[in-house]
Ligand binder design. Structure first.
Ligand SMILES: Nc1ncnc2c1ncn2[C@@H]1O[C@H](COP(=O)(O)OP(=O)(O)OP(=O)(O)O)[C@@H](O)[C@H]1O
Length: 239
């Protein structure tokens, strides 16, 4: 059994509203997970729950062998869970360099290392966060999360609203980050083929429960199943 991340029989939501019901998933180190599902099924809520921002009614989350179900978000971050929110949240009035430096913790994640992963950020080092394109902001948001030295990175729809060429650049950087730096990612993404190409395992949520769990490559190859689960198989097959 994995001692990296285990979610066991988790029931969680917002105050009295239950969104996730009796959900169990285990992740091994280096085995990134795609979370797929139609709108409103609880994908973001699962990430928020891993980060400690929801109400957990039942079940538990074990991280590196420790029960973190009741830990505050900041303590989870300190233990190596990094969060890249959908809103990106870069400081608009700080430069790219400053955005990275204010969060640096003196780990092996230096400016140079982040620039190595995202050469565009080096070119933009002196530009303010508010002057960046959507794709550059997303790169900076990931770079900021890396500066906290995470072992697990939670990515909430990182490609949303980005041009195809930027999506390609960013998804390649995420793949490289996982392969070369030993990071594990959990990726919520609307485009299943893309999410599956960045992960080893996948779950599909339906109204807060796991409707499918399996290998990403297997699911990507099964257009009939993709269509049945997400209504996208035929479109995915031709795109
Ligand atoms: N802060 C909140 N307070 C109360 N309910 C919420 C909150 N955030 C989300 N919800 C509800 O929880 C349910 C699941 O939402 P969630 O955002 O997790 O779904 P999702 O699968 O990520 O959807 P999408 O793909 O549209 O982003 C929805 O019914 C939503 O209205």
């Amino acid at each position: 059994m994995s001692d990296f991340l285990q979610i066991e029989n988790l029931t969680a939501g917002y105050n009295d509203a239950v969104v996730l019901s009796d959900l169990s998933v285990a992740i091994e180190r280096g085995q990134s997970l795609a979370i797929l599902g139609r709108n409103g099924v609880g994908k973001t809520t699962l990430l928020e729950t891993l980060m400690g921002n929801t109400t957990v009614k039942r079940g538990r989350i074990r991280w590196l062998g420790e029960d973190i179900t009741r830990l505050r978000p900041a303590d989870r971050a300190r233990r190596g869970i990094g969060w890249v929110p959908q809103e990106r949240e870069v400081f608009p009035s700080l430069t790219v360099r400053e955005n990275l430096e204010v969060i640096a913790r003196g780990t092996h994640w230096t400016l140079e290392r982040v620039y190595g992963l995202f050469p565009r950020l080096r070119e933009r080092a002196g530009n303010y966060g508010g002057q960046l394109s959507g794709g550059e902001q997303q790169m900076l948001a990931i770079g900021r999360a890396l500066m906290t030295n995470p072992q697990l990175l939670l990515l909430d729809e990182p490609m949303e609203g980005l041009a195809p060429i930027i999506v390609e650049e960013l998804s390649e950087a995420v793949r490289r980050m996982c392969a070369d730096e030993g990071l594990t990612a959990i990726i919520v993404e609307q485009h299943p083929v893309l999410a599956l190409s960045m992960s080893q395992h996948a779950i599909v949520l339906e109204r807060g429960v796991v409707a499918y769990a399996g290998g990403s490559a297997e699911l990507a190859a099964d257009t009939q199943l993709l269509d049945q689960l997400l209504g996208v198989g035929k479109r995915a097959a031709v795109s």
